[in-house]
Design a protein. Sequence first.
Length: 339
Amino acid sequence: MSLALAAEIVTLQTKHRFVIARGGEEDYRVVWVRLADSDGLEGWGEADPSKYYGETAETVLAALKRLEPHLPGDAFDLEVAEARFSQVAPKDGAARAALSAALHDLVGKRVGQPLWRLWGLDPSKAPCSSFTIGIATPDKIRDKVLEAAQYPILKIKLGTDRDEQILRAVRDATDKPIRVDANAGWSRQRAMQMLPVLKEYGVEFVEQPLPPQDLDGLAALRRQGVLPVVVDESCIVSADIPRVAGAVDGINIKLAKCGSLREALRMVATARAHAMLVMVGCMIESSLGITAAAHFAPLVDAADLDGAALTANDPFAGATIDGGRIRLPTGPGLGVRRR
């Protein structure tokens, strides 16, 4: 059964300029991918490229052209298809993730079942999602905390020379549990100084405090025993997990990094084998991209799937977050529709 590929760039606008340690933007260009079979069924996926990993909307479109001749003749041939995609475009994780999501969506639609049910998962097991507060002035941070009233957990972006001021502004506005992501913005010395400060402010864990390659530094932070250390940029695919397992407590899985839903499942299994905390995260994405990741959320310990909630013009409806709880669609495949 031949598959026809279509792709288009969609510009997502954030409600506020979203700033992290590496900078920030207001507009994020993602790519909506559709695979149609000969019966007219369509599987949808979204590529959420990050310049940090060398991808843009344009590189995604170029990668999709290289991958199109390698689309499977049978949408159910998922394992072989994803292995082939990885060989053809090894550095194009966002593009490959979009095709993976579209194939899984199409398979679910063909059998009339949501993806989580095909995987045998219980949607009620998904953890609450945090809501991310980007770097801003104290007044804007307090406003953002108030806007996030329905979320029981906050994720705070740090990695600046005024991190204590940011933490104080958050704590002045709420006593909710908070998690911190420095996006590799600290030196070893700065991170060592910040650990007791984070503990004092009630932080649950710290994500990517040091540059990705500094595993010795990450291990030194972990040995302090102050807070669990989770990595994002240091861990891209399942093969990275044994290397980081002795240095940190957990990993953050993102589809745009690892390149496919099946690789995400391998990452969960590999991290569990190393007794690690497992988190699912996201980029700035529409509900199409978020819903693909939400389908394996019942397998993880922590979730940060607020990417669509940070946008002002989400063109899709899929997984929702109600009082912080992730609610998966019951429709077939990913269960996503146009608004």
